[in-house]
Structures are given as structure tokens and as C-alpha cells.
Design a protein around this ligand. Structure first.
Ligand SMILES: [Zn+2]
Length: 103
């Protein structure tokens, strides 16, 4: 499997590290005592077989973080966003719809 790093271009999967779900939003400091908000952030996940936004890092290359929109069933990569592109994309999308980004 090849991943197209936004900075370096196509490289083998072995150069990259999966860093987690890119759709999560860390609870703000005002919710430090809100156990349910932290439980949801740490443990609650949607387990689907459709497109999902994943945070990846080119850990054996430029070390840049980026977001991969990948089909969890077929592993097909629909789109790759740099972090600045992803921030703009998230501002356009409702909070819980980021996993359904159109490619
Ligand atoms: Zn890179």
C-alpha cells in the first residue's frame, strides 16, 4: 500500500504511523471534571465500514501529520488533506459529519 504524503509524494506504508481518529475533538479545559465528555473522547468510537478520517504521520520521512479519508472496508484512499486543508474542511462540516467528507 502506498500513501501520498502531502509534502513528499507517494511512499510505502512502512514509512507512516497511524495516529488515530481525525474526527475527534478534545474536550476543552472547562470540561476537566466532565467524566462523560472524557470517556467519549478516549473510548467511544463509531465502528463502521465506510469512509473514515484518520490522522497519519510520515514518521520515517518529513514527520508531517495529515488526514487520510479511507474506506475501512476496501482500504481505498479517497482523499488526503494537509492539516491546514483539514482544518478548513472541518470548519465547513458539522461536528459529527467530518468522517463523511466528500472526496
Ligand atoms: Zn512526508
Amino acid at each position: 500500500m502506498m500513501i501520498n504524503c502531502p509534502r513528499c509524494g507517494k511512499r510505502y506504508l512502512s514509512e507512516f504511523s497511524y495516529e488515530g481518529d481525525a474526527t475527534l475533538t478534545r474536550p476543552d479545559e472547562t470540561s476537566l471534571m466532565d467524566n462523560q465528555a472524557w470517556y467519549n473522547y478516549v473510548y467511544a468510537r463509531v465502528n463502521n465500514k465506510e469512509k473514515h478520517a484518520e490522522l497519519w504521520q510520515h514518521s520515517q520521512g518529513c514527520r508531517q501529520f495529515f488526514v487520510v479519508i479511507r474506506d475501512l472496508h476496501t482500504h481505498h484512499i479517497h482523499h488526503i488533506y494537509s492539516m491546514s486543508e483539514w482544518q478548513k474542511q472541518r470548519q465547513k462540516q458539522p461536528e459529527n459529519k467530518t468522517a463523511e467528507v466528500q472526496s
